[in-house]
Design a protein around this ligand. Structure first.
Ligand code: 5GP
Ligand code: MN
Length: 353
């Protein structure tokens, strides 16, 4: 049994908002991942099947690695066709915000949404959504993915008949990618019950896995090999691994966005490592990606030091400075942790005395 975890009053209000809307825009976070784009395209598709005019707007380009997701060619990309994207957002009477919790996570799209008179509905699984921005919120940090929540919304509305193979492929993609092919963040039986329901729509799971999670260019495989063999530094006493890739190194391997997808997870297979930091040098900042296992929180680290956030075990941010400064910050985090540890130990021995 899949339970109704979303408040039924929220579901009823959402249904009323959808029924009352003519033009609906659906948007998701910057650098859309499988969950962001999968949930947006599935939601848009099902709303279209309800007879609504719906357009997906992304703040920037969907990576080429996700070009197999059904409907991806219909997306309006703000950084590519800004006038069209503004037109869609400004003429929408309802805007769905998927897989992000704060308007600044969608860059300029956030500014347009902030000024818009449309109703705003959030469907997301990140912690602590921004207050006072959304008219209605489905915020469930325990959910595996936003795709899971889109499924639940339609299930609770009694509209699963709208969920066809197209939507099932989109939702499966997001659930699979946000859980590392169902290896983390999905400890509930209900996730598999939802997957079972998607499987009845024949999404072709093996093909989606191959395309979403196991297709890399030769350059990208070589770059990841180089990063792991030459650039992974281990700090076993702190349980952490650091990977740094500079612009020069990325250029050497003809880096394209998405080429190091999944790299940050690899050091977690080492038993001594329970958190990982990956710095990738962009033109004017350093992109930060962190992963962890168990109750070690990387989102708080990204919030505190890297202008970012995310989930307990998967978070990211941006460091505005040079790579050397980013690495220095990493070392200062380790120092701070060591100091905190020794104070804790001292306090413990004081108590024992
Ligand atoms: P990734 O490491 O795959 O880029 O991101 C993992 C997760 O970290 C994302 O799902 C998102 O929740 C969060 N995240 C990544 N980059 C940022 C960022 O720049 N700002 C914030 N607030 N969260 C981020
Ligand atoms: Mn997500």
């Amino acid at each position: 049994m899949i339970s109704n975890i979303i408040d039924s009053r929220v579901i009823a209000r959402m249904r009323t908002m959808i029924d009352g809307a003519k033009n609906i825009a659906v948007t998701c976070h910057l650098s859309p991942d499988g969950d962001a784009i999968g949930s947006s395209l599935a939601l848009a598709h099902m709303l279209q099947r309800l007879g609504k005019e719906v357009q997906v707007v992304t703040p920037d380009m969907v990576p080429r690695s996700l070009s197999f997701v059904p409907g991806v060619r219909t997306v309006v990309v703000f950084t590519k066709t800004e006038l069209r994207a503004r037109y869609v957002l400004e003429h929408a009477d309802l805007i769905f915000c998927l897989d992000f919790n704060r308007l600044h996570r969608v860059d300029k799209v956030g500014e347009v949404i902030g000024q818009s008179s449309a109703r705003r509905v959030l469907i997301d699984h990140h912690l602590s959504p921004e207050e006072g921005v959304f008219d209605l919120m489905v915020s469930e940090p325990d959910a595996s993915s936003t795709c899971e929540l889109v499924f639940r919304v339609f299930m609770q509305m009694g509209l699963l008949s709208l969920l066809d193979r197209f939507a099932a492929q989109c939702l499966y993609t997001g659930m699979m990618t946000d859980t590392g092919n169902f290896t983390y963040g999905n400890d509930s039986a209900e996730v598999y019950e939802i997957v079972a329901s998607l499987m009845r729509r024949h999404p072709d799971r093996n093909r989606l896995y191959k395309l979403a999670m196991n297709t890399f260019s030769a350059d990208s495989v070589r770059l990841q090999g180089y990063a792991l063999s030459q650039k992974m530094e281990l700090y076993p006493d702190m349980g952490v691994a650091l990977i740094v890739l500079t612009r020069d190194e990325l250029t050497r391997y003809n880096y394209r966005r998405g080429d190091t997808e999944g790299l940050v997870n690899k050091p977690l297979s080492i038993p001594e490592v329970n958190w990982v930091v990956y710095f990738r040098e962009e033109c004017d900042y350093v992109k930060v990606s962190c992963r962890s296992e168990g109750d070690f929180a990387v989102n708080t680290i990204c919030e505190k030091y890297f202008n970012g956030g995310g989930h307990l075990n998967a978070a990211g941010g941006e460091f505005y400075g040079t790579m050397d400064e980013a690495v220095k910050t990493f070392h200062s985090i380790l120092e701070e942790m060591k100091e905190n540890k020794s104070t804790e130990n001292k306090n413990e021995t004081d108590i024992e005395r």
